[in-house]
Design a protein around this ligand. Sequence first.
Ligand code: FAD
Length: 257
Amino acid sequence: MANLNSARLYVVARPALDEAEIARFLDDEGTEWRRTSSAQQAEELIELAGRLCYFSFGKRQSPRDASAYIRRLVDAGHHSVLEHAAWSFVLTGVSRGFSHQMVRHRIGFSYSQLSQQYHDEREALAVVPPAIEGNPELVVTWHEAVEQARMAYRTLLDTMERATQEPLRGEQLRLVRTAARSVLPAATETKICFTANARAIRHFLAERGNLEGDEEMRVVSALLFRAMKREAPLLVPDFEERTGTDALPLVVQVPIP
Ligand SMILES: Cc1cc2nc3c(=O)[nH]c(=O)nc-3n(C[C@H](O)[C@H](O)[C@H](O)COP(=O)(O)OP(=O)(O)OC[C@H]3O[C@@H](n4cnc5c(N)ncnc54)[C@H](O)[C@@H]3O)c2cc1C
């Protein structure tokens, strides 16, 4: 059994600047770009793309620093510039029910998810919702239901595998696993690799981070927000993490003075 503490987010790829190419571009254009030493590469990538739109390099560089510049882009609604910076994440320890909601985010997200057609789910974990975990009676009911489903899955697979003389392969294997998975619960643990750009991540946090009734979504939003705070804080200055009345995190969008 897993719970929401089992959710893990790994940042497996991030934007990287090519300094030689940036220097070549600035040199070819006969201009210069005063850089913000504290800015992350992803932030500078967005600053560079934004400045290109207005050619605000050299004498025309205003605002001077990355923080104020990105802030101006966001305030002006020039959000397409945020699409240049993208990260790849691996998310594990979440339920299939959650991932079904997550993949509804179509724009600026790309997904690769553990397949229940190719992967044998006999030993798959199940993620218990906190609303159930806190109540011993409910946990028993939940656990029994999950175990029953898992046993049915195993029986279905075993029976269909025994029905053939040779070990199942390829499309035959897919066929029996696809049939058997139909009894697996929405709580079944899944793993998903996703790539998302900064604009899409901000949209996700704004839409999903503060839904009191969606515990798993809030936990994942908090993991994503914390990753972004480490990776590119200038891209999420208007979000903050709070703790809900249920002690789980909330990610809230707040106006910046
Ligand atoms: C509180 C809540 C309840 C929900 N309940 C349900 C439910 O009962 N049933 C259900 O099926 N889903 C439900 N959803 C999912 C929701 O409908 C969205 O599919 C999901 O949240 C992804 O949001 P999105 O479309 O903004 O994101 P994305 O798909 O990433 O799109 C990002 C933005 O791009 C623009 N965009 C994307 N596609 C189009 C388009 N075709 N035309 C015009 N503009 C577009 C929109 O501005 C959109 O906000 C719910 C979501 C929330 C937050």
